[in-house]
Ligand binder design. Structure first.
Ligand SMILES: NC(=O)c1ccc[n+]([C@@H]2O[C@H](COP(=O)([O-])OP(=O)(O)OC[C@H]3O[C@@H](n4cnc5c(N)ncnc54)[C@H](O)[C@@H]3O)[C@@H](O)[C@H]2O)c1
Length: 270
């Protein structure tokens, strides 16, 4: 029987109760990993994680609150105690406030610092505690941060979100370089617009149609597209990939010529 890419690996995926996080958890389990869904303690999440565990015992759960930074260390500790090791950390949690996170002048300053604080902290603390564990392991470890194209391309009217994701990109590279000798790899996946329920709720049909004109592959990203990239980065197939920011966005944000219609291939030659 062929072994799966992530057999015998233990992973944590933060904020994994829906959307991209859940898709990542499902993909890593499919590839043979034991995956701890790090979620808020609620009746709904208890039911979801129990159901998943019933389907496949490689789905596990651990509770924490991304807004309460004191819960990060115990969350990592609980997984390490339970599983005995930690091989993969996927920092999927990320937040914004579509009403208050706007522009430099019009945006609410308190909201700006609040979002930047929460988004950076959600990667900073988990990575800090995970690296402490991973550097003691013979096999090292693997950190994958779910950033955004908003971290490399100015995101209109979502200043805090863009700034926080740019900081996460920097944290990713810094971690990669600093702990490479400990056999720890760190990479970031930068999704374009992903068609999760949460994201679609915040976007009108006309905005979406207009947006897709700027996406060469002309579709919203699917959560599984992100999950596939994460599974690759987490596997030994990516053993020599570290410190990279990998965009999964259907070509969105690529510099295109200012003449002609580059996306329809209708540029006249000669
Ligand atoms: N959806 C997109 O288009 C898109 C694009 C680029 C990047 N991203 C990034 O991908 C990641 C996931 O985004 P998504 O769209 O799947 O999110 P989502 O809104 O669908 O899900 C958010 C998750 O966070 C959880 N959560 C919220 N508050 C929490 C808390 N205090 N503690 C623990 N968990 C909490 C929710 O329960 C949920 O599981 C984020 O980092 C986001 O910035 C998303």
């Amino acid at each position: 029987m062929m072994t799966k890419d992530l057999e015998n690996k233990t992973a944590i995926v933060t904020a994994a109760s829906r959307g991209i996080g859940l898709a990542i958890a499902e993909k890593l389990v499919e590839q043979g990993a034991i995956v701890y869904l790090a979620v808020r303690d609620s009746e709904k999440n208890r039911q979801l994680t129990a159901q998943l565990h019933e389907q496949n015992e490689n789905f596990r759960s651990v509770f924490y609150d991304a807004f309460d930074f004191a819960t990060y260390a115990p969350m990592i500790q609980e997984v390490v105690q339970d599983a005995g090791h930690l091989d993969i950390l996927v920092n999927n949690f990320g937040t914004t406030d579509v009403k208050k996170d706007t522009t430099l002048v019009d945006g609410d300053s308190q909201t700006f610092f609040d979002i930047v604080d929460k988004n950076i902290a959600s990667v900073y603390y988990t990575s800090k505690y995970a690296v402490k564990v991973m550097r003691e392991q013979e096999s090292g470890g693997n950190i994958i941060n779910i950033s955004s194209v908003a971290g490399t391309t100015p995101d209109i009217s979502r200043l805090a979100y863009g700034v926080s994701k740019a900081a996460i990109n920097s944290l990713t590279k810094q971690t990669a370089v600093e702990y490479a000798r400990d056999k720890i790899r760190a990479n970031a996946v930068l999704p374009g617009f992903v068609g999760t329920d949460g994201a679609l709720q915040n976007m009108s049909k006309s905005f979406l149609d207009g947006f897709l004109k700027h996406v060469p592959l002309n579709e919203v990203v699917k959560p599984v597209d992100i999950a596939n990239m994460v599974a690759f980065l987490a596997s030994d197939k990516a053993r020599y990939v570290t410190g990279e920011l990998i965009t999964v966005a259907g070509g969105f944000g690529l510099p295109t010529p200012i003449y002609g219609d580059a996306m329809s291939g209708s540029i006249k030659k000669g």
